[in-house]
Design a protein around this ligand. Structure first.
Ligand SMILES: Nc1ncnc2c1ncn2[C@@H]1O[C@H](COP(=O)(O)OP(=O)(O)OP(=O)(O)O)[C@@H](O)[C@H]1O
Ligand SMILES: [Mg+2]
Length: 247
């Protein structure tokens, strides 16, 4: 594995400029959830986005992950403005460039572990033998090569999240987006997953953006962006003391 310890590059992966997001409300009118969110992430960074429940973290992540578009502002991914792409075009961007890890794993429960990991390769035109080879390689990397024919329901939470990480990595993305990846795990399994992320970041140079509402979890990353009521209130090194983050 190529060592890339703590080496940050100047290659810009994420560039958010004055991103605002509003949602229509049932009674009419709209609710603004994000206000002028502006930040860049370079290749090789491990960033936590932290903030209380309802502060707009997932809304922000959905825009970063090309799952949703902003109401205003500009979003560039790898230098390409993707702000106004159609939903089909966004799907291509997601599949090509981003690996997703979710709190609830989002695995297909009736499909084997191997099938789950192969899934992102389905749309890429690889022959079946190649898909299987790549998926097995990823399962080995997360230490689950012996479980390829299991169903997700037969695995522990930590193992399920490892399968989800293998699925996120199989398409060889440079960027992993994780929304509360340890939220459904006990602390031992959670720490294992976070250590694994750290390793992926340090040894393979994979850029990671992780949402959490826990300060202890943010300690695994190198940079912290704090969101409060839809606004960035802190962006810098992970502080020693959480008090710095009070608005
Ligand atoms: N699709 C949507 N339609 C309408 N309102 C939404 C939608 N998605 C999010 N919101 C609202 O935006 C606000 C921020 O939600 P968001 O899910 O981004 O918060 P969060 O920081 O991820 O919270 P949590 O820590 O609970 O996951 C909330 O008030 C929520 O109700
Ligand atoms: Mg959320």
């Amino acid at each position: 594995m190529k060592k890339n310890k703590e080496k940050k590059s100047d290659i810009n992966i994420i560039s958010m400029n004055k991103i605002c997001k509003s949602f229509p409300v049932e009674m009419g009118g709209e609710q603004q959830v994000l206000f002028d969110i502006t930040f860049d992430v370079n290749q090789g960074e491990f960033v936590s986005i932290m903030g209380p429940s309802g502060s707009g973290k997932s809304t922000c992540m959905n825009i970063i992950g090309a799952l949703d578009t902003p109401t205003s502002g500009t979003y560039k991914l790898y230098g390409n403005d993707i702000t106004h792409l159609s939903s089909d075009e966004l799907a291509v961007v997601r599949n090509e460039y981003i690996g997703f890890v979710f709190q609830q794993f989002n695995l297909l429960s009736k499909r084997s572990v191997l099938d789950n990991v192969m899934m992102p390769l389905m749309y890429r035109g690889f022959p079946m033998s190649e898909r299987i080879r790549k998926a097995r390689e990823m399962l080995k990397r997360v230490g689950l090569e012996k479980f390829e024919s299991y169903l997700p329901t037969q695995l522990s939470g930590g193992m399920k999240q490892r399968v989800a990480i293998a699925r996120a990595l199989v398409g060889n993305p440079k960027l992993i987006l994780a929304d509360e990846p340890t939220g459904a795990l006990d602390s031992k399994m959670g720490n294992d997953i976070l250590q694994f992320f750290k390793q992926l970041n340090q040894e393979m140079g994979i850029t990671i953006v992780m949402i959490t509402h826990e300060f202890e979890i943010a300690q695994y990353s190198n940079r912290l962006i704090h969101i409060y009521d839809g606004r960035i209130t802190y962006d810098g090194k992970v502080p020693k003391d959480e008090k710095v983050l009070q608005k």
